[in-house]
Write a protein that binds this ligand. Structure first.
Ligand code: ZN
Length: 318
């Protein structure tokens, strides 16, 4: 390094030392910052004009303003293409184009309804090629996957195979209408075992109800179950057996962790490497987001906040 003209050697050295000190201090600071590079919301949606003017549309600028208001640095933006998923399709192409100017903060996912594989994408290569095109256009994950099929339906399994081939983590919604399974989630276990290299991210009523054991089929469709968590829940059992299953704390996720606070406090620490912060914001009228008070409510330490708040998502999504 040479001193710029007009600056004495001594002053330059002094200034350089001060700058180096500041850089070191800021590095140290960021390593200790609870949320690292800030909160990463793994579950946001854009919307178009829909059933009432109060509810949408939510375009990229509004999404960014909402994120600013809630101190969210980065977010995954999820399409919704299956007829069971939303009031109308929010297509991958729409999400890719809306986020294009904001890829420093908004990270698009892609989605394909698996029934398309029965008609228009008959070969493994057809599905892989489509996913690769989405990846090339910026997609960093697959989902929100929400078709009315068994979670281990052959069409779903072909889709998981292609996601595994191209390396796109898959975020799924599970209840009695989407990615249907039985109590104990044996279908999900078959999918996890069949595709060990594919990261699955669990979301939805049925997935989070399964934090508790002793469930009936009807329990997989209760939005926010209350009360004690019975031991033997499928979420813990699957996380023990399969390193490729994660949990998305959006929507019913935060409720599952606060229904029995002693269990929640223990669970969030035990599973600190496998949980992802998210809200599932999709409607302008949504007000309550218990995810933002979850860390305080469960008295989570800075390292766990940093992992769940963003580090895990950044690691998974590259
Ligand atoms: Zn969602």
């Amino acid at each position: 390094m040479t001193a710029p003209k007009g600056v004495t050697r001594r002053r330059f050295v002094q200034a350089s030392v001060a700058l180096a000190g500041m850089a070191a201090a800021s590095k140290l600071h960021s390593a200790q910052e609870p949320a690292g590079e800030g909160l990463f919301d793994v579950h946001l949606h854009l919307s178009q004009a829909w059933y009432g003017a109060d509810h949408g549309p939510i375009d990229a600028r509004q999404l960014l303003a909402w994120m600013d208001a809630h101190d969210v640095a980065h977010a995954a933006v999820l399409p919704l293409v299956s007829p069971e998923a939303f009031w109308y399709p929010v297509t991958t192409e729409f999400v890719l184009s809306e986020t294009r100017a904001h890829r420093d903060r908004l990270f698009p996912f892609c989605a394909v309804d698996p029934r398309t594989l029965a008609t228009h994408l008959p070969q493994r290569k057809d599905v892989v090629d489509l996913l690769k095109r989405y990846q090339d256009a910026g997609a960093v994950g697959f989902g929100e996957h929400k078709p009315n099929l068994p979670i281990d339906d052959p069409l779903n399994m072909r889709l998981y195979e292609a996601c595994s081939d191209v390396g796109l983590p898959l975020l799924f919604h599970l209840d009695n209408l989407a990615n249907v399974d039985e109590p104990g989630l044996p279908g999900l276990a078959r999918a996890l075992a069949a595709f060990p290299d594919l990261t699955f991210i669990g979301h939805g009523k049925g997935w989070w109800a399964s934090i508790s054991g002793g469930l009936t089929k009807a329990d997989l469709h209760v939005g926010y179950p209350r009360g004690a968590v019975i031991s033997g829940g499928a979420v813990d059992q699957l996380m023990d057996r399969y390193p490729n299953i994660y949990g998305d704390l959006s929507s019913s996720g935060a409720h599952a962790l606060t229904r029995a606070p002693a269990f929640g406090r223990d669970f969030i620490r035990r599973r600190a490497d496998r949980l992802l912060f998210g809200t599932d914001y999709y409607d302008l009228t949504q007000q309550a987001f218990p995810q933002f008070s979850l860390f305080d409510e469960l008295e989570v330490d800075p390292d766990v906040r940093r992992k769940i708040g963003g580090a895990n998502a950044r690691r998974l999504l590259g």
